[in-house]
Design a binder for this molecule. Structure first.
Ligand SMILES: [Zn+2]
Ligand SMILES: [Zn+2]
Length: 422
């Protein structure tokens, strides 16, 4: 019979890889904790409407990439493609604003998008991120940037560039959009088809286009940073001043706009020189308009999201060891029927004392058992043969030093524990 294979664009995280993931997740949680962010876990699926309203019907995510299907009662549900809308939904639904005027949340979650699989872009992928809800201050934007950088630093990732921009707000963006459209309009037919489609709905995203012709046409495009209203300008200036004060280097990218519609004022992106064209490992910004869009009270908000698979790619290219190999402390080798019968007892005692222990289950030869212990990179081997059994002792072999010694049964646990703490 033909074997069933996993769905395209998904991956199995195998035992030898899991240590890395756990190490990354642990570092993320520790750093989030230091910055006083609390974890929120939301369901894997949501009503489709949440994303249609929260991300925007016209974005690529909603129009092309979501896993949407009717459940048995014919209601449309969607596997979550991003976390900001679910977090905001949970914040409103659970009235988290009533508990504290500023709510700081983080997540680590699998997300789903039906993209064309390519390096670091899977259909089930994983992100971590954070959101601060209820704070309009530019200091909240800077905290978000500092937090994301602190996580990469904790993991040992270097060679990162922070890019920032302001995308304005409803007070200044409409006029800028018109200015931008006037610049693009005479050459619109030279732009790629995606850009032509974006022209009416979201012309600022044209600035983001990676198409070579489009980037060339955009070279002289008007910059939103030169069209900000006073409030947006002040906010942006304060973000930059605070970053300088914290000694966080940044570059201003006047054409950084981010893919989603709900961003206001600050947007930022962190890129790695270890990645190719798709070099962003983190994106974030302020989205003061989303809460109302989802039926909540006006709530200023800022957040970021970072792809874990891409981050792992960077770590690998930089040769970082994220997790220690999971080594065995003890391998129990038994020779003969009586010893084999006895060994289960000692296995249980050693494990009860917190010592990572394994044994052979296949009745293999001494040589095969030693080979297995070696393969498992075991620190110590305890041998129980007929002689040992008669004398109530174990023979101990130090697999690193090659030395052999003998341990009486009644001293086994404290002796092994002692050896392991050396
Ligand atoms: Zn284009
Ligand atoms: Zn403005």
């Amino acid at each position: 019979m033909e074997a069933i294979r996993r769905i395209k664009g998904t991956q199995d995280i195998l035992p030898q890889e899991v240590g890395k993931w756990v190490a990354v997740e642990t570092k993320i949680r520790q750093t989030m904790n230091t910055f006083h962010f609390e974890e929120l876990r939301t369901p894997i699926f949501e009503k489709t409407e949440l994303f249609a309203r929260g991300i925007g019907q016209l974005t690529d995510i909603v129009s092309k990439e979501m896993y949407t299907f009717p459940d048995r009662s014919k209601k449309l549900i969607t596997l979550k493609p991003e976390m900001t809308a679910p977090i905001m939904r949970a914040y409103i639904e659970n009235k988290l604003y009533a508990l504290s005027s500023v709510t700081k949340l983080f997540y680590i979650a699998p997300l789903f998008r039906q993209e064309n699989p390519q390096a670091g872009r899977l259909r089930q992928f994983h992100q971590f991120g954070a959101e601060t809800l209820g704070a309009a201050s530019p200091d909240a934007d800077v905290e978000m940037i500092a937090l994301s950088l602190a996580i990469y630093k904790a993991l040992g990732i270097s060679g990162l560039t922070l890019k920032i921009n302001s995308v304005g707000d409803p007070a200044c963006r409409p006029a800028y959009r018109d200015t931008l459209k006037n610049y693009i309009r005479p050459h619109l037919n030279e732009y790629c088809s995606d850009c032509q489609r974006r022209f009416d709905e979201n012309p600022m995203r044209i600035l983001d286009c990676k198409n070579e012709t489009c980037s060339r046409l955009n070279e002289e495009a008007p910059k939103i940073s030169e069209h900000l209203c006073d409030d947006c300008q002040t906010h942006y200036d304060q973000v930059k001043a605070q970053l300088q004060k914290l000694d966080i280097p940044f570059t201003e990218d006047p054409y950084l706009v981010r893919g989603l519609d709900y961003y206001t004022r600050t947007v930022f992106e962190i890129t790695s020189d270890a990645l190719g064209a798709q070099n962003a490992i983190c994106g974030g910004g302020r989205y003061d308009l989303l809460a109302e869009e989802l039926g909540g009270q006006p709530t200023p908000a800022v957040g970021f999201a970072s792809g874990i698979e891409r981050m792992l790619m960077v770590a690998e290219k930089q040769g970082l060891i994220l997790a220690e190999e999971n080594r065995l402390d003890v391998y129990l080798v038994a020779m003969g029927t009586d010893a084999t019968r006895e060994i289960g007892f000692w296995l249980h005692q050693l494990r009860a004392a917190g010592i990572r222990t394994e044994r052979d289950y296949l009745g293999r030869s001494m040589k095969a058992q030693m080979r297995e212990a070696n393969k498992l990179k075991t620190r110590y081997v305890l041998i129980l043969g007929e002689d040992e059994l008669n004398n109530n002792i174990f023979s101990l072999k130090d697999m690193e030093q090659g030395e052999q010694s003998q341990i009486p049964f009644n001293e086994l646990i404290p002796t092994v524990k002692n050896l392991l703490t050396k």
